[in-house]
Design a protein around this ligand. Structure first.
Ligand code: F6P
Length: 343
């Protein structure tokens, strides 16, 4: 077989491990040929590819980013692009495509599969918000980076008797905030799934003062909104090809308000893309490798229109059509546990 492979959307640690997994399994086990498609769907539209040999995927397991490049190009926006994709699939004689991505990339893969281009999806994103799987790779690394940052902010907050607001990524969901917040001992965790009022947030900080704790750690996901002002805080009004605005800045808004209401000196740290860079954790390397091998197996069985998924400890599959347009939000049992430690 000839298999195309692409990485779309925001990058995350583990992409190279997944590319290596698909390639090694396809070449070694099935004697197939693998074609790397550059920059997500953009490369399939433009016919921008490279052959992927065992040599090209050697030494990439532990490397962050993606050797193929990525983009937020939406292939379904322009019917002419869909035609170009069909032509390039023919031109490069691709029997199937392994699409590694988040909600947008996997949604496009589902639609292209319905149009007759055989697709298999691999779920990645630091946000961990893909339906149909217990985990996406990239998330564990992001949580580990965010936890390390919270630990570091903890000691300086304590020394200076300050409130530290730490803004982490999480466009639609608060998975990074909740996991890193619990791991780092946050006194308040703010997630998009649970809007909160400024009064309630400040009450938690004041409660700590009453307990004799002169510092507080507030972890906030970038997609969090206050109950009285449901507007997302964005960097600008521009939208990407999938209609998403660039989030970021809720930490600054909260920091200023908390300082004003509580009269406690407050500092804000926005972790940003640091959470997406660098080497994947062992967990992400293993998960991405498992997904890569399983995706190659699905392709060689001719089982298309599926996404590889983690359920418990097993790698299973889920229809791409069930994933498209869905978001997996934070488990409220986990939120309840986090709340035990608020204030
Ligand atoms: O989708 C993953 C993600 O990291 C989100 O958490 C964040 O909102 C977005 O990507 C940032 O995207 P960009 O890299 O385009 O700024």
């Amino acid at each position: 077989m000839r298999i195309g492979i692409l990485t779309g959307g925001g990058d995350c640690p583990g992409l190279n491990a997944a590319i290596r997994g698909v390639t090694r399994r396809s070449v070694d086990t099935y004697q197939s040929t693998v074609v790397g498609i550059h920059n997500g769907w953009a490369g399939l539209i433009q016919g921008d590819t490279e052959p992927l040999s065992l040599y090209s995927v050697s030494g990439i397991l532990h490397r962050g980013g993606t050797i193929l490049g990525t983009s937020r190009t939406n292939p379904m926006k322009d019917p002419a692009d869909i035609e170009r994709i069909k032509e390039n699939v023919k031109k490069f004689e691709l029997d199937a495509i392994a699409a590694i991505g988040g909600e947008d990339t996997l949604g496009a893969a589902a639609q292209l599969n319905d149009l007759g281009i055989p697709m298999v999806g691999l779920p990645k994103t630091i946000d961990n918000d893909i339906m149909g799987t217990d985990a996406t790779f990239g998330f564990d690394t992001a949580v580990s980076i965010a936890t390390d940052a919270i630990d570091r902010l903890h000691t300086t907050a304590e020394s200076h008797h300050r409130v530290m607001v730490i803004e982490v990524m999480g466009r639609h969901t608060g998975w990074i905030a909740i996991k890193a917040g619990i791991a780092g001992g946050a006194d308040c965790i703010l997630i998009p799934e649970v809007p909160k009022s400024l009064e309630d947030i400040c009450a938690l900080v004041k409660q700590r003062i009453k307990k004799g704790k002169t510092f507080s750690l507030v972890v906030v996901a970038e997609g969090f909104t206050l109950t009285h002002d449901k507007e997302l805080v964005t960097q600008d009004d521009e939208r990407d090809e999938f209609g998403h605005v660039r989030l970021g800045g809720i930490g600054e808004v909260l920091g200023a308000e908390i300082e004003q209401v509580t009269d406690i000196e407050t500092r804000v740290t926005i972790l940003g893309h640091v959470q997406r860079g660098g080497s994947p954790t062992p967990f992400d390397r293993v998960l991405a490798t498992q997904y890569g091998v399983a995706a190659a197996d699905l392709i060689h069985k001719g089982d298309f229109g599926k996404m590889v998924a983690l359920r418990g400890t097993k790698i299973e599959t889920t229809p791409l059509s069930d994933v498209a347009g869905q978001i997996r939000t934070v488990d409220m049992d986990l939120y309840e546990i986090a709340q035990v430690f608020f204030g």
